[in-house]
Design a protein around this ligand. Structure first.
Ligand code: HEC
Ligand code: HEC
Length: 420
């Protein structure tokens, strides 16, 4: 099966430039591949043991697409691929270049830099508990599966991230198919498939790995289990967060502290997006052209600057903040909310965000003392889960294998990529 990709013309003329991802896996080849898989898997009577989720207590089971069931071998191969730099046009970057476990799978930049040096307009979001997101990316209601999302970093050109193009796609795939260890592992991950390594199975493996990145071992979780007590400051911060004075919970009120979650048994609601008054360029309500939120997808003025309320778990580790990383610290984020928007006094983006015509009505000045602001920050820091960075299930396998060179895709992956 040849994995062919083609560009789809933008959906709406009004939807600007990079808007949504315009790539689509050629349906014919995907469908053909799938049929083959299902047929031969059942013909051979191959049984894949059910995946053992390691979910925190009380966490629901993530949604999994019917055509990409979880299995341990698939998650494992996905983890290798996530960290494998051969999976970029010029073999310099992997997914992990912009999603580092030590930073809760973000990269610490306001923007990220792709494999050819281009900058992304938005900041790299955390991938911890990403399986529960109802939509993916900062403001894209149409992007509802991890499989589809992945076409952006792999094949997208607005901007180039991993830089896999028509010209190098076969070469990149060959780096993976030529690795005997990958060949063996893909056969285990996709039993019965005649050609187990294709772009479809690569994408499915990495998506399965991402769904496995579920974690909730923060102080707050310990507190919920009755194992630790929050400090008085943290408790006051929690009350502010959950209360009607600061109103944070209205948009960050789920178990992962975002606005909308989706999981087995819960139908996906219509996604919501908000303008938090970050910009109001020249009093027009506009945001910098590089990133204007839902407006980029719909072309409707009232969607200007509307973004998804992201998870606040691990927020201490994921600075700088907001879609464009334009707020450096948590203290400054709280000031932003307390002021009911941001005032930019000079430069090309000058304007009073508090007066933005597109601002959400819930974003209004909050009378917060200095102590209360510090309490809110203290509460947000209870959401930090330090186990993510050291959990071997999520870790870079190439690092571990560097010592035991010679085995696994590690050996070749490292050499090809020149080390991490
Ligand atoms: C050059 C940096 C870069 C690389 C490489 C990269 N990403 Fe990202 N990733 C980003 C940025 C920036 C965003 C935010 C995109 C947006 O909202 O416009 C993002 C968003 C995401 C999201 C959406 C998360 C959410 O909460 O909605 C997922 C999932 C994701 N990336 C997975 C991957 C995978 C898998 C790979 C490898 C195939 C990858 N990324 C490679 C920078 C990168
Ligand atoms: C009306 C809905 C809404 C309310 C109320 C709200 N937020 Fe947000 N929050 C958002 C949205 C939307 C974003 C992303 C905005 C952007 O990137 O432009 C966000 C972003 C954040 C971020 C940065 C996240 C990141 O990954 O960069 C933090 C921290 C945050 N909010 C904390 C709070 C706190 C604390 C409160 C209460 C004082 C609060 N929010 C109230 C919608 C809301």
């Amino acid at each position: 099966m040849r994995s062919r990709l083609r560009l789809r013309p933008p959906r709406r003329a009004a939807a600007p430039r990079r808007a949504v991802l315009q790539l689509v896996l050629a349906t014919t080849s995907v469908v053909a591949g799938l049929g083959l898989y299902e047929l031969s898997a059942s013909a051979a009577g191959t049984k894949v043991s059910p995946y053992a989720w390691q979910l925190p207590k009380g966490y629901p089971q993530p949604r999994v697409p019917k055509d990409n069931p979880m299995n341990a071998a698939k998650v494992d191969v996905g983890r290798w691929l996530f960290y494998d730099r051969r999976l970029s046009g010029n073999a310099t970057q992997s997914c992990s270049s912009c999603h580092l476990p030590a930073r809760a799978f973000t990269d610490g930049g306001a923007q990220s830099v792709g494999s050819t040096g281009e900058r992304t307009p938005r900041s790299s979001p955390t991938l911890v508990n990403v399986a529960y997101n109802a939509t993916f990316a900062w403001a894209n209601p149409g992007l509802v599966s991890l499989e589809r999302q992945m076409e952006v970093p792999l094949f997208g050109t607005g901007p180039t991230e991993l830089g896999i193009t028509d010209a190098n796609r076969a070469k990149v795939l060959k780096r993976i198919t030529d690795d005997p260890v990958y060949a063996r592992w893909f056969r285990r991950a996709f039993p019965g498939l005649k050609r187990p390594i294709t772009w479809t199975t690569i994408i499915r493996s990495i998506a399965a790995f991402q769904r496995s990145i579920v974690s909730a071992s923060s102080r707050y979780d310990q507190y919920l289990k009755g194992k630790v007590k929050l400090t008085p400051a943290e408790t006051r911060g929690q009350q502010l967060f959950m209360g009607e004075k600061a109103e944070c919970h209205h948009c960050h009120g789920t178990f992962i502290f975002n606005e909308q979650v989706s999981y087995v048994g819960v139908p996906v609601e219509r996604p919501r997006f908000h303008n938090t008054g970050l910009y109001n360029i020249g009093g027009t309500g506009a945001l910098p052209e590089a990133s204007q939120g839902l407006f980029e997808v719909t072309g409707r003025m009232q969607d200007m600057g509307r973004f998804r309320a992201p998870t606040l778990r691990n927020i201490e580790l994921t600075a700088p903040y907001m879609h464009d990383g334009s707020i450096p610290t948590l203290e400054a984020v709280i000031d932003h909310y307390a002021n009911g928007g941001r005032v930019i006094t000079e430069g090309p983006f000058a304007g009073d965000g508090r007066a933005s015509p597109f601002k959400d009505p819930l974003i209004a000045p909050i009378d917060l003392s200095r102590a209360e602001r510090a309490d809110l920050v203290a509460f947000l820091k209870t959401l930090t889960d330090r186990t993510v960075a050291v959990n071997p299930r999520f870790a870079d396998p190439f690092r571990k294998r560097a010592a035991a060179a010679g085995r696994g895709p590690a050996a070749t992956g490292r050499r090809a990529a020149g080390g991490r």
